[in-house]
Each structure stands twice: as structure tokens, then as C-alpha cells.
Ligand binder design. Structure first.
Ligand code: DGT
Ligand code: MG
Ligand code: MG
Ligand code: MG
Ligand code: MG
Length: 268
């Protein structure tokens, strides 16, 4: 086919192929969600409708796109891990990242009503994305541990902070002063001795975030079948289906990975 004289502009495209053998992580984060949460009256410190919508949108990403083996989310962020052998979109970082970000954003708007009911979405939300490569299972697990530790640190802080304000009658400035330089043990102590709250009994969704993985589930359906000489009959048919399952558990320790050995491929 004849080429136009404009064709050369293609050569300005830069190569952004992700290094082979590495896990490709795409992390999304809500743009200016501090304001978005205020304007949509998110409950503090955690809004279960918002967290549910984030998880639903992440499930849609996993179901619609190829090769995502695990995703982890907390607050206004979600990380998606593509399997290390993925060849989807020739491993082009910009393609993978923009597909994740746009699928997530459109799902967030599409499913809004399912979680917020009649409360209107006031303006179109956006999400930024970044791509990070991890060459080993250890590095990938440390990445996910880092995000879950971040969830814990923020949630402990936010839980004490808003308890001091909502139940302790402090202003936000006073609560901030009170918590300056305090260690995790001090925060647990304030919650327990002043408000009778055991942090470990707080909802696990808020303490651990949300982990999504693929699982095989047996599904039994009744099918009407034509049988020779017997006419039509209802027959129970069991088939195994892959579905995205949500967990709110520790993913820093070994237990989760021992229980789900198929999520990560071997290092060698
Ligand atoms: P960015 O990411 O630089 O565009 O700015 P932000 O404002 O999104 O900052 P970020 O991502 O560091 O922090 C997330 C914000 O989202 C944080 O200000 C609190 C808010 N947020 C997230 N989840 C909830 C929630 O469940 N309830 C409430 N009230 N706020 C939430
Ligand atoms: Mg930020
Ligand atoms: Mg944000
Ligand atoms: Mg964030
Ligand atoms: Mg096209």
C-alpha cells in the first residue's frame, strides 16, 4: 500500500515496552479525592459505599481486561498486577495503564447508583495511573505489603483522629495536636482507655483493605435436555467457573500466599 508523506510521524512514538519476566503493576489513585469525598458527603474516616464502588470498579477491570492476577485496594487507590508472562498489548506500558484507568473510571461512574442510590454524582471523577515493574515474587509481595501497611497506618490514624473529634468533642486542630508524634501503641491506648474501642475489632475491610483474586467456583445449574426415548428431562449440570473473589485479610504474612499458591508464578 502506498504510504502518505505524513507517515514518518509514526517514528516519533517512543517504545514503552515493559521488561520481560517482570510483574507489571498499575496503580490508580483518585484525583483530588479529598475534595471529592467532602462534596459527596463520604462518612469519615471510611465510607463503605465508596469502598464498595471502588471494589466493584476494580472487579470490572479484572473481568474486562486480560491477565490481571491480583488487585489490592484501599482508600481512593487500587493496584492491579499483570502476570509476569503477559503479552497483552505487547506489554506496552501506556496501553495497559490507560486501559486500566479508563475501564476503572467508566465503571466508577456506571455503578455509582448501585452504591450511592439517589445521591447524585456531582462531577466526573478522574484517576491517575502509574506503572511499576517488579522482577521477583519477593519484590511484588513487598510492594503489596507496602500498600497494606499504608492502609493500616492511615486507618489507625484516621480512626483515632475522627473518634477524638466525633466522640471526644475535639476540634480537628486539637485532634491533630493531640496525635502529633504519637506512636501506634499510643493511638491504640487512646482508643481503648478513653473510648473503650479495641482497634483490632474495627471492621477488617477498613483495617486490611480489599484483595481481589480469581477463583474457581463450582456452579450447578439445571438444564432441560433431550434424552433418547425419554423426551425432555431436567438435568443438573455442574461446571467450574472463574470468578473474581474479594478478601479483606492480611496479605503481608505467608498464610494468604500458601492458601492461594496459583496467584503468583514461580520465580525460576
Ligand atoms: P491526589 O491523589 O494527589 O489527587 O489528592 P487526594 O486528595 O486524592 O489525596 P490522597 O489520594 O493522598 O488521599 C485520598 C483522599 O481521599 C483523602 O483525603 C481522604 C479521601 N478518602 C478516601 N476514602 C475515603 C473515605 O472512605 N471516606 C472519606 N471521608 N474520605 C475518603
Ligand atoms: Mg496523592
Ligand atoms: Mg487521591
Ligand atoms: Mg490516595
Ligand atoms: Mg483503535
Amino acid at each position: 500500500m502506498a504510504k502518505s508523506k505524513f507517515e514518518y510521524v509514526r517514528n516519533f512514538e517512543t517504545d514503552d515496552t515493559c521488561l520481560r519476566n517482570c510483574y507489571i503493576v498499575v496503580r490508580l489513585d483518585g484525583r483530588n479525592f479529598h475534595k471529592f469525598a467532602e462534596q459527596h458527603q463520604f462518612t469519615k474516616p471510611n465510607d463503605n459505599r465508596a469502598l464498595g464502588l471502588m471494589t466493584k470498579s476494580a472487579q470490572s477491570v479484572m473481568e474486562e481486561l486480560e491477565d490481571i492476577v491480583i488487585a489490592y485496594g484501599q482508600s481512593d487507590e487500587f493496584s492491579f498486577v499483570f502476570k509476569r508472562t503477559s503479552t497483552w498489548f505487547k506489554r506496552r506500558a501506556s496501553k495497559l495503564m490507560t486501559h486500566v484507568a479508563s475501564q476503572f473510571s467508566s465503571s466508577f461512574v456506571f455503578y455509582w447508583k448501585e452504591f450511592f442510590g439517589e445521591q447524585p454524582l456531582l462531577y466526573p471523577p478522574g484517576f491517575d495511573g502509574r506503572v511499576v515493574l517488579y522482577p521477583s515474587n519477593r519484590n511484588l509481595r513487598d510492594y503489596l505489603s507496602w500498600r497494606q501497611a499504608d492502609c493500616h497506618i492511615n486507618n489507625l490514624y484516621n480512626t483515632v483522629f475522627w473518634t477524638l473529634v466525633q466522640k471526644g468533642g475535639l476540634t480537628t486542630v486539637q485532634a491533630e495536636d493531640r496525635l502529633k508524634g504519637k506512636l501506634a501503641a499510643d493511638k491504640n491506648e487512646i482508643l481503648f482507655s478513653e473510648f473503650g474501642i479495641n482497634y483490632n475489632n474495627e471492621p477488617v475491610l477498613h483495617r486490611k483493605g480489599t484483595t481481589l483474586i480469581w477463583e474457581k467456583r463450582d456452579e450447578t445449574v439445571t438444564k432441560r435436555m433431550k434424552c433418547p426415548n425419554e423426551g425432555e428431562k431436567d438435568v443438573a449440570v455442574t461446571r467450574s467457573r472463574r470468578t473474581v473473589e474479594a478478601y479483606h485479610c492480611d496479605i503481608i504474612g505467608e498464610q494468604f500466599w500458601e492458601k492461594h499458591p496459583d496467584v503468583l508464578e514461580d520465580d525460576n
